[in-house]
Design a protein around this ligand. Sequence first.
Ligand SMILES: Cc1cc2nc3c(=O)[nH]c(=O)nc-3n(C[C@H](O)[C@H](O)[C@H](O)COP(=O)(O)O)c2cc1C
Length: 205
Amino acid sequence: MYLYNFVRGLLKIYFFQNLDVNKFIEAPINKFNMELLEGIYTRRSIRKYKDEKLSDHQIHSLLKAGMQAPSAMNCQPWHFIVIREKNKLQEIMNIHPYAQMLKDADVAILVLGDTKLEHGQGYWVVDCGAATQNILLAAHGMGLGAVWIGIQPREARKEAFKELFNLPPHIMPFALVSVGFPAEEKPAVDRFAPGKVHYEEWKEK
Ligand SMILES: Cc1cc2nc3c(=O)[nH]c(=O)nc-3n(C[C@H](O)[C@H](O)[C@H](O)COP(=O)(O)O)c2cc1C
């Protein structure tokens, strides 16, 4: 019995020293959570940009963030068109009344849904929403400024984008993300609304 307790004590000391849970698990996870939440809480729509170019690596990171989004049954029913040509950006401004920030943007990413890849009818919309938000958050996290320019669900806008980008019938324009180096700063806004939180069942407040 004495020997058993002695060996157990040694093992405890060994594991305590070598498996420092705080060091290897809790601390890093908490740290990353903090940074992610800070990004979510401070993201704003940025519509003014400096005359500075994104690197290919930055654009790749934005696209990768978009493709990391969750999607129904992991169908990933999305495509992305990277637009940098000034003429094309101008053509978009001609068909979209709320896309005038593109005059200074270095890049716009057109998020497209693929109805042949989606899990079921209409899922491409939800999945593309998650991808678009990922791109916005990634841009913010990388020190860039971005804004969501709406296309879905407006039929006339969808048709105009389909024509402008020569899209086949199963490829649906969802949203455009305008990106550049920020030339404006916006304060974080706390939108937490207790009245919109309900517990266990719907309760009028
Ligand atoms: C579906 C959708 C469509 C939007 N369309 C446009 C748009 O066409 N042009 C624009 O400047 N901002 C657009 N926005 C950005 C919103 O105006 C913005 O997110 C909202 O005012 C909140 O501000 P914040 O992003 O700074 O927190 C859109 C956002 C969403 C989610």
